[in-house]
Design a protein around this ligand. Structure first.
Ligand SMILES: [Zn+2]
Length: 592
C-alpha cells in the first residue's frame, strides 16, 4: 500500500513535531501534572500539525507511562490504541456536518472507555458544523463525563460560536518557518535515502508556505522524477516558469524596452501559463532583485542555483532600485485587482506596459523611473566605443548605491535605501510629455484662432468637456461629412490630445491608452492617420477589441475614418540624449 510522505512520517511523539513548541509545552506539562482539560480548540493554518498533535495527545493521556509527556508506545493502552481502540474517535466535520452525528456522539460519550482512562473525540474542521450540530455539541461540552476529552480543530476560529469558544482551552498553531520546513524535509529525504540539491529543498520549503503537509506533498510529487531531487525538477513540478524567460521579461520591462516586454509576455502566455501565475513569478523575481541589490548575503538568502543567481545579479546590477520598487508597487496593485476582473490577462498586460513605459505615467515614481533609465542609457552611451564594457561600467556606477547594511533576515523584499524622491528636484514648470497629450490650447495661440473643420467640434467645447462627462458636450450625431478645408497638422494634434483624454476616461482602457500614447497623428485628406514606429504596437492595435474601442472614441470626436500605420525612423541610441535634453531644457547636459 502506498503511504504518502506526510502520513508515513507523521510523528508519533511530541518530539517529532515541527515547531509549535508553545503548544507542545502546555500539553506535555498538563500530562505530566495529570491535569488535562475537557475541551481544547486547536486553531491555525492547514498542515501545521493540529491533527498530529491531537492524536499524540489522545494517546499520551491514556498511556500508563508517558515519557516526557509523549506516549510510550509499549504499554497495554498504547498497544490497544495502535490496534484501533474505540477510545479515540476522529470526526471530520467537513463530511459529518449533520446534527445526527453530534447527537450520536452525545449518547456514546456516556459509556466509559474500553482500554484506557479517557475517551478522546477529535473533531476536525469543526467550523463546518451546522448551527444545530453546534448546539448538540454544546450540550455535551456543558456536562462532559469525567472520562471525555474533546479536541476541536479548525482553520477558521472566527466561525466558532462564542458559547463553544468559552468552554475550550484555545491553542493557536503557527505557520512553520522555512528553515524548520527545510530541516524537516532534509530529515525525511535522508530517511528514505534520497539525494537532493540544497536549492531544491529550499524551493520546496518555500512553496510549502508554512505548511508541513503541503511541503511534503510537493516533495512527493518531485521525488518520483529522478534519482536525485534537483532544483530544475522542482521548478518543472511547481510549474514555475522557465526562470530565464521570466527574467528576460523582467529585464525588458525594467529597462523600458516595451516592444520586447510585450513579445515576452505574449510568448509566455501563449504557452498556456495563466496571467496570475506569470504575475506571481514576476513578483517573486522582483523580490529577488531587491534582495540581490540590497543584501550582502543575497546569495545565501535567495538560495538559487549559481547560474540563476548570476542572472538575477546581472539584472539587479543595471536597474535602479527605484525602478524595481515602482514595478513592484504596480504589480502588487494588479495582483489585488486580478481577483475581481473578468480578464486577468488584460490587467496583467496593462500593468506590464505601465512598468515598461513610464513616459505614459505622470506620477513622481514614473518620472524617477524615466530619469533612472535615461541615466542608464547615458552611462551606456558614455561607454559606447567598447560595447562589452557597457554593462560592467553601468554596474560600477550602481555600486555606491547599494546599501552596505547587513541584512540577514529572510524578509520580504525591503524598500530601497531611501525615499525615492529624496535629493531630486523637479522643474516646476513641467512635464514635457504632458504637453503632447493634454496641453491646453493657450500654449498654441495659432491653433486656437483657426476655424475648425466641420468634423471637429469647436475648441470651446473641448475646454467645457474637461470637467464633465466626456461626451456631454458633443452633438448627438456629429456631422461627418467631408470638411470644407483639409485639416491641418494642428488639428491632428488637437484631435489626438482629445482622443487620449477620452481614452483615459474610458473604463478598462489602460493598456490601450499606454499603447496609443506614443503615436504620431496627422491627416491625409479626411483620414486620421496614427503612426507608430513599433511593429508590436501596430499589431496589438490591430486587434478586434482595440480597434473597436478606438473607433468608438474617435467617432465621438467626429472622426469616422482612421488608420494606424508603421513609420520607420532610422534613429536609435542618440535618442536617449535627445530626449533627456528635450525634457530638461533648463539643465545643461553634457555627454562625456
Ligand atoms: Zn504507553
Amino acid at each position: 500500500m502506498h503511504l504518502s510522505l506526510y502520513r508515513k512520517f507523521r510523528p508519533d511523539r511530541f518530539e517529532g513535531i515541527v515547531r509549535q513548541e508553545h503548544v507542545v509545552r502546555i500539553l506535555t506539562s498538563q500530562i505530566e501534572k495529570n491535569a488535562v482539560g475537557h475541551a481544547y480548540l486547536f486553531t491555525g493554518p492547514r498542515g501545521t500539525g493540529k491533527t498530529s498533535i491531537a492524536r499524540i495527545f489522545a494517546r499520551a493521556v491514556n498511556c500508563e507511562h508517558p515519557e516526557n509527556g509523549s506516549p510510550c508506545g509499549k504499554c497495554a493502552s498504547c498497544r490497544a490504541i495502535a490496534e484501533g481502540s474505540l477510545d479515540i474517535s476522529e470526526i471530520d466535520a467537513a463530511s459529518n456536518n449533520g446534527v445526527a452525528e453530534m447527537r450520536e456522539l452525545r449518547e456514546k460519550v456516556q459509556y466509559p472507555p474500553v482500554s484506557g482512562r479517557y475517551k478522546v473525540y477529535i473533531v476536525d474542521e469543526v467550523h463546518m458544523l451546522t448551527d444545530s450540530a453546534f448546539n448538540a455539541l454544546l450540550k455535551t461540552l456543558e456536562e462532559p463525563p469525567a472520562h471525555a476529552i474533546f479536541i476541536l480543530a479548525t482553520t477558521e476560529p472566527q466561525k466558532i460560536p462564542a458559547t463553544i469558544l468559552s468552554r475550550c482551552m484555545r491553542l493557536d498553531f503557527k505557520l512553520i518557518p522555512e528553515e524548520d520546513l527545510e530541516k524537516h524535509l532534509k530529515s525525511v529525504l535522508d530517511a528514505i535515502g534520497k539525494e537532493y540539491e540544497e536549492e531544491a529543498v529550499a524551493a520546496i520549503a518555500r512553496a510549502g508556505a508554512g505548511s508541513d503537509r503541503d511541503m511534503l506533498s510537493i516533495a512527493e510529487a518531485c521525488i518520483v522524477y529522478s534519482d536525485k531531487l534537483t532544483y530544475d525538477t522542482v521548478c518543472a513540478v511547481l510549474g514555475a516558469a522557465d526562470f530565464g524567460r521570466t527574467a528576460d521579461l523582467a529585464e525588458a520591462m525594467l529597462t523600458a524596452d516595451m516592444p520586447r516586454a510585450v513579445q515576452c509576455t505574449e510568448s509566455i502566455l501563449a504557452e498556456g501559463k495563466s496571467a496570475g501565475v506569470l504575475l506571481k513569478d514576476l513578483l517573486d523575481l522582483l523580490g529577488q532583485l531587491t534582495v540581490a541589490k540590497t543584501c550582502r548575503t543575497a546569495e545565501r538568502i535567495l538560495a538559487l542555483p549559481a547560474h540563476l543567481f548570476a542572472r538575477v545579479k546581472e539584472i539587479a546590477g543595471k536597474i535602479d532600485g527605484r525602478i524595481i520598487l515602482r514595478a513592484t508597487e504596480i504589480l502588487i496593485r494588479t495582483e489585488n485587482e486580478l481577483r475581481f476582473v473578468s480578464s486577468p490577462r488584460i490587467s496583467l498586460e496593462a500593468a506590464i506596459l505601465r512598468v515598461s513605459y513610464p513616459e505614459a505615467d505622470r506620477d513622481p515614481e514614473a518620472l524617477m523611473a524615466r530619469i533612472a533609465n535615461l541615466e542608464r542609457k547615458l552611462t551606456e552611451l558614455a561607454a559606447a566605443p567598447a560595447p562589452q564594457a557597457a554593462s560592467p561600467a553601468a554596474k560600477e556606477t550602481q555600486e555606491p548605491q547599494e546599501a552596505p547594511r547587513p541584512q540577514t533576515e529572510r524578509a520580504a523584499p525591503s524598500a530601497p535605501q531611501e525615499d525615492p524622491a529624496d535629493g531630486y528636484e523637479f522643474p516646476t514648470e513641467e512635464p514635457v510629455f504632458e504637453e503632447a497629450y493634454y496641453a491646453d490650447e493657450p500654449a498654441r495661440p495659432k491653433a486656437q484662432e483657426r476655424p475648425l473643420t466641420a468634423s471637429v467640434p469647436p475648441m470651446s467645447v473641448v475646454t467645457a468637456s474637461e470637467e464633465g462627462s466626456p461626451f456631454a458636450a458633443q452633438p448627438a450625431a456629429a456631422p461627418v461629412s467631408a470638411p470644407v478645408n483639409a485639416p491641418a497638422s494642428e488639428d491632428a494634434d488637437r484631435i489626438y490630445a482629445r482622443f487620449m483624454r477620452e481614452l483615459r476616461k474610458t473604463p478598462k482602457s489602460g493598456a490601450l491608452f499606454t499603447m496609443c500614447s506614443d503615436l504620431a497623428p496627422s491627416f491625409e485628406g479626411t483620414k486620421f492617420v496614427l503612426s507608430t514606429q513599433s511593429e508590436t504596437i501596430l499589431t496589438i492595435l490591430g486587434r478586434e477589441t482595440h480597434r473597436k474601442a478606438m473607433t468608438e472614441v474617435l467617432a465621438g470626436l467626429g472622426v469616422s475614418d482612421y488608420e494606424v500605420r508603421l513609420q520607420k525612423k532610422g534613429t536609435e541610441p542618440r535618442d536617449a540624449v535627445a530626449e533627456l535634453k528635450k525634457n530638461f531644457k533648463d539643465y545643461p547636459i553634457e555627454i562625456k
